[in-house]
Design a protein around this ligand. Structure first.
Ligand SMILES: *Cc1c(COP(=O)(O)O)cnc(C)c1O
Ligand SMILES: [Zn+2]
Length: 419
């Protein structure tokens, strides 16, 4: 069955039927990102909080009536979604906050948040009957698309900067994607991918261009609220590169409010790396994100290294409309946060994932996160994605292994020095 949805330009507000446009508003080009509009009255007849309770499906497809896919479209068999939400008591104690929940997206099939979006991309591409799917990526969106395509035997071509972490490139090659290693930045890989998609008619998954990526990412907000039994947190911290995740979280919360499942929308806090802080700067100085010049990104958090955030309109709206804020943190703070999450929760994160927690630490220390609040921190990617960064974090923390001979005496010498 076809879905009754419309696509609304975030700039001019003009609405289109899905078959009228390819990806963006024809009047506004690549800036004219579209927002998917639903008929909530119709959806309420198909899904409720009570029906969800009975639904044994623990993937994002448990929310299918709230997703822009046909009800009979085949979905990838990998288990995307329903990642754990941990009660981080140690961290809450340390920061003297009422409650901190950590949503661990490192547990997704390809080990990052991006599986949520790529799952939508492949279903939409199949609905359209496309032979080839393509995306540009700092690495995780690529790995996600690559893995999901492998599971569905779908051809795909990926553009990543050659500087992407080895683990991410290894994933692409192992999953059998055609890989274009771009001698340039993510922003250049993005532009190149856009040109190739137009030239060859490939299905274009690019973030901040394909309107359905937000819809996949919003499922994290559904899960957070459902996992908390519809008691919404006060604040959600999420790292921001292109801004699609934070825009998606916002969209998910707005859906839930429209459905009447939640009463309030939490404040959304977007955390950027100081060296790649286009949105933080634009927010702080009240600049127009459509005319602001790109920044030259420099951060070890490769997944949030973006000179011109492609989903900047939705990201800015997410922060402004929820009374949240943008925060910029240094790479040193990010490395510290990696260790804090690892030792305080047992969650091993890549730098971009830990950035969200670094933002919370900063907000608390600067007195902008009241002690009686319940906060959610999203770890967007697994620490195994970037071992050199993990080793740098460990070194910065001053932790070293002991070198021992394979004799008990060698261990005794070390243990005898302990108190
Ligand atoms: C992509 C990504 C982000 C940022 O998401 P955007 O939608 O680009 O803002 C953060 N962390 C990780 C691990 C990612 O892969
Ligand atoms: Zn428009």
């Amino acid at each position: 069955m076809g879905r009754d949805i419309n696509l609304k330009c975030v700039i001019c507000g003009k609405t289109y039927r899905p078959d009228q446009v390819d990806y963006v508003c024809p009047d506004h080009g690549t800036e004219g990102i579209l927002d998917v509009q639903y008929d909530y009255d119709a959806i309420r007849k198909q899904i409720s909080r009570a029906s969800l309770k009975q639904n044994p499906d623990t993937t994002i497809w448990r929310y299918k009536p709230l997703l822009p896919v046909n009800s009979d479209s085949p979905v990838p068999p990998l288990a995307v979604g329903w990642t754990p939400l941990y009660d981080a008591v140690n961290l809450a104690q340390r920061l003297e906050l009422k409650k901190i929940w950590v949503k661990d997206e490192g547990r997704q099939p390809t080990a990052s948040f991006k599986d949520r979006a790529s799952a939508l991309a492949i279903v939409k591409a199949r609905e359209r009957g496309t032979e080839m799917i393509t995306t540009a990526s700092t690495g995780n969106a690529a790995a996600a698309l690559s893995g999901l395509c492998a599971a569905m035997n779908q051809k795909n071509t990926i553009f990543v900067p050659e500087s992407a972490p080895q683990a991410k490139i290894a994933q692409l090659l192992a999953f059998g994607s055609t890989v274009m290693l771009v001698r340039g930045s993510y922003d250049e890989a993005f532009d190149l991918c856009m040109q190739a998609a137009a030239e060859y008619g490939w299905y274009n998954r690019n973030t901040g261009y394909n309107p359905y990526m937000t819809e996949g990412k919003k499922t994290a907000a559904f899960e957070i609220c459902e996992q908390l039994d519809w008691q919404v947190p006060d604040r959600i911290f999420v790292s921001v590169g292109d801004g699609c995740i934070i825009g998606g979280i916002h969209k998910g919360l707005k859906d839930l409010k429209a459905m009447g499942w939640i009463d309030e929308i939490p404040a959304l806090v977007g955390v950027q790396a100081e060296g790649s802080s286009f949105l933080y700067q634009a927010w702080k100085h009240d600049e127009d994100v459509l005319t602001k010049a790109p920044v030259q990104p420099r951060t070890l958090a490769d997944s949030i290294s973006a000179g011109l955030p492609r989903d900047r309109l939705k990201a800015m709206a997410a922060v402004r409309e929820t009374g949240g804020e943008f925060i910029a943190v240094s790479d040193t703070e990010i490395l510290t946060a990696m260790i804090d999450l690892a030792r305080g929760v047992g969650v091993f994160s890549e730098p971009a994932g830990a950035a969200a927690y670094a933002g919370l630490v900063r907000a608390v220390s600067e007195g902008r996160c009241p002690r009686d609040e319940t906060v959610v921190v999203i770890n967007t990617g697994n620490g195994l994605k970037d071992i050199p960064a993990a080793m740098t974090a460990v070194e910065q923390s001053g932790t070293r292994p002991f070198q021992v001979e394979p004799r008990l005496e060698s261990v005794r010498q070390i243990v005898s020095r302990w108190e």
